[in-house]
Design a protein around this ligand. Sequence first.
Ligand code: GUN
Length: 302
Amino acid sequence: MTATLIKGTEIREQILEEITAEVAQIKEQHGVVPGLVTILIGENPASISYVTLKIKTAHRVGFHEVQDSQPVDISEADLLALIEKYNNDDAINGILVQLPLPKHIDEKKVLNAIDPDKDVDGFHPVNVGRLMIGGDEVKFPPCTPAGIQEMIVRAGVETKGAEVVVVGRSNIVGKPIANMMLQKGVGANSTVTIVHTGTKDLAAHCKRADILIVAAGVPDLVKPEWIKEGACVIDVGVNRVGEKISEKTGKKIAILKGDVDFEAAKEIAGYITPVPGGVGPMTITMLMLNTLKSLKFKLGVA
Ligand code: GUN
């Protein structure tokens, strides 16, 4: 058996087209467009490329976009004041502070300073709480878990009553996706297990999964014999295992590997996400969706 590929690159295009159409409609009816600011501190190359792509995507879907780059030695007080400025800016519906931050800045303080109603990353404790309660309380599900759920739904995989096993307990992926999959509603209503570095028999838990979501950060952790025949396997791992020269640009690029042994797993799974081109493209897409939602909440049309 060869699994059906769930391609994030294709789903991204569908969703971005849907967002673009909705932005145009809101502009016509209400005379406004969603506004997103990305705040980048310092010159970390990976952060620069993520932020550049976020801003480019925001521009593509018709948002008002602001890239606010600050020096690496900005004080914590100045960064908090900058966030407060955007909290009070009517043209901005989403504020994203690119992580990681320099060591002299307290990440928790910074994330907590963002107005929860503009927290399109979904990292503020208020939004974490809203996600836990579920249903109508949820405003901004964190982008990577939201992207995973969207991929599962659009692939037509049954989630109601499914055994979902999540490998990894991070605040950004493992805990929120587990929480989302156990809620009542579309794309959820599953029986969820979280496994982690303290779990006794990782393989036995994974083997039970109808939907296996792997966010461990360990290349090729999941072996083919850990996968149930026909399961849906979502690989969140983005592990840099070397470098190569890009055929397209002639420049050095990272060789990426997922947390799942893809070549072997695709012969057993029913559905599988590739790396790259699977979950990765969904994160920025869901950031756009959260920013659009933020404006819709403000306009009372969500
Ligand atoms: N750094 C890497 N991924 C993310 C993300 O999703 N949001 C923010 N704010 N920073 C990041």
